[in-house]
Structure formats: structure tokens, C-alpha cells
Design a protein around this ligand. Structure first.
Ligand SMILES: [Cu+2]
Length: 120
């Protein structure tokens, strides 16, 4: 029993060493100019965004936000009318009554709307 366990441990250690060696060689490739680590970080972040479909009810310029009547966002909230923080470019381009799609992410108590596009 003890022998079997230690041989299993040896296999696990070997597998770990192989993984480390592989990770190291992959990292070496990064040093050649590939920014492989960057998209990975972005992908991790994007798991916290949710696709939104809605209509701009009002442009709240003083709050850098859009009041949006949105459809239900699975896993986040039901359909409702609420304010979303947007960047200056999105705010300037936003038009009352326009149907849009976008990506919702949460920062503390604020909901952020990015990647805003006119709905097809
Ligand atoms: Cu909402």
C-alpha cells in the first residue's frame, strides 16, 4: 500500500515536472516577441462580462451613464431600466431611443457597459 502510494506520488511529481518544463518552454517563446500572456489575462477578465440587448432610454451626460431598458441578462439580472456607466466616446455617440447591444461588467456597485453597438 505504502509502495503503491509512493510510486503514484513519483508519477505525479514526474507529471508536474513535465508540465513545468512545458510551461517554461512556452514562456521562452513569449520572450521571442509573442505577447501570449496578454490575451490570456484579457480572456480571464471577459468571463465577468455579460452580453446585453436593450434600448437607450436617456443619455445621462452628467453621470457619464446611459439609462438603458435592457432584456434579461442570464446569470446577472432580469429585464429592467437602469443606468450603466459608459466611456466618453460611447456617451457622445449614444442616441435616445436607439436599440443597442453591449457587454456588461460590474465594478463594485457600478455596472459598466462596453462594446456598445447599434443593434442589428
Ligand atoms: Cu439591470
Amino acid at each position: 500500500m505504502k509502495t503503491k502510494l509512493s510510486s503514484l506520488l513519483a508519477v505525479a511529481l514526474l507529471a508536474g515536472a513535465t508540465t513545468l518544463a512545458f510551461a517554461h518552454s512556452a514562456k521562452d517563446k513569449d520572450d521571442d516577441g509573442c505577447d501570449c500572456d496578454m490575451p490570456k489575462a484579457g480572456a480571464a477578465k471577459s468571463t465577468a462580462t455579460h452580453p446585453l440587448k436593450g434600448v437607450i432610454v436617456d443619455v445621462l451626460a452628467d453621470k457619464s451613464a446611459l439609462l438603458v431598458k435592457h432584456d434579461a441578462i442570464p446569470g446577472l439580472m432580469g429585464g429592467m431600466t437602469m443606468a450603466f456607466k459608459v466611456d466618453a466616446v460611447t456617451l457622445a455617440a449614444a442616441k435616445k431611443g436607439e436599440a443597442i447591444t453591449g457587454q456588461v461588467s460590474q465594478t463594485g456597485d457600478d455596472f459598466l457597459l462596453t462594446d456598445v453597438k447599434a443593434a442589428p
